[in-house]
Design a protein around this ligand. Sequence first.
Ligand code: USQ
Length: 394
Amino acid sequence: MRVLILGGDGYLGWPTAMYLSRRGHAVALLDNFVKRRWEAETGGRPLIDVPKLPDRVRAWSRISGRDIAHYDVDLCDYASVVRVLADTAPDVIVHYAEQPSAPFSMIDVHHAAATQSNNVIGTLNLLWALRDHRPSTHLVKLGTMGQYGTPNIDIEEGFLEIRHNNRTDRLPFPCQPGSFYHLSKVHDSHNVRFACAAWGLAATDLNQGVVYGIETDETKLDPALSTSFHYDAVFGTVLNRFCVQAILGTPLTVYGRGGQKRGFINIRDTLRCVELALLNPAPAGEYRVFNQFTEVFGVAELAETVVHSATRLDIRSRIDHLPNPRVEREDHYYNPVGSGLTALGLEPHLLSQELVGSMLRNIGAHTDSIDRAAILPVTNWRRELPATPLLARG
Ligand code: USQ
């Protein structure tokens, strides 16, 4: 298939590009590199320095013998999006090109607005460009499990059968997102669903849980192919952060009581899920949703697992319960359904198989590169708390 990956320079976009290229798909990438600028602004350098995209593409070509095209284009620039669609004529678009951090979106009005305009307007441009130039292209859009929040009922895959006043309907599952980032994904979902219904586009929304992992089969081929693994308080996800904290010997930063439960997925399974979605496309006119996670953990439980696993490498670590900088439930029911991707053939990599050999050992090889100053949270959700250190730095 001809696959265009939006956000091809990112933590997930680059490994997806290599994974699909290796399996014989013709891959093109689009990125405007704004994430690298945001990282520099917030002081969140990746653990392993990642070469510029053209250098990574050249390294991939040398190592695999396969070429990947790439475009330095902003999705908010409509004319350029149309040009890339005409150039690449994609069968599938995999859309990762969004500001992905909840803390980033909660820094101040400027970061909230940057998040929502980048994510919502970028996706809106894409939908109009598809309508007018490539309506047969299947859109595989990365969504988030966080759009559902943590309701006291089971979380279905996108839709819920509702009986109300003796009538029934299948309606979008209620959304209770917990940040302006997560809200941007909700707005996207509504726009994509509407575009499918109104214009007959085909889309799959992959509502993904918290991703963890530092390597894939392709990144392992050469250091020049590494992905941008984050552990800082803005762009690092919780398990990646806990593993780095354990290696560093600083306390693991559990926010609040730690009873927050989330769905988790290994980065290798993200790639497989995207592949399954593109090999089994949604039909024209359908907006399809899969919940993309493989295991559910509480945050404190996860920290305990990391502390315990680290002892196998003779690393002693401990846990700190920090005042929670976020507004979220810390003790709640959580039971999401995730059967759609399993039915298509997903065979999960479990945390128990990945934690020591893949995560802790690999991070341990880069201990000298870890920036201690990036560990503690810098953004708070509450109005009454003092300005964050990030803001204080100006
Ligand atoms: N947490 C801690 N300590 C930390 C960092 C986080 O206890 O040092 C807690 C948070 O309070 C939260 C949970 O861990 O309850 C998850 O936080 P996270 O930063 O790993 O994940 P989140 O902000 O929800 O966002 C991440 C990705 C986002 C993706 C989302 C999937 O950054 O792009 O959409 O995971 S989900 O969580 O299912 O919404």
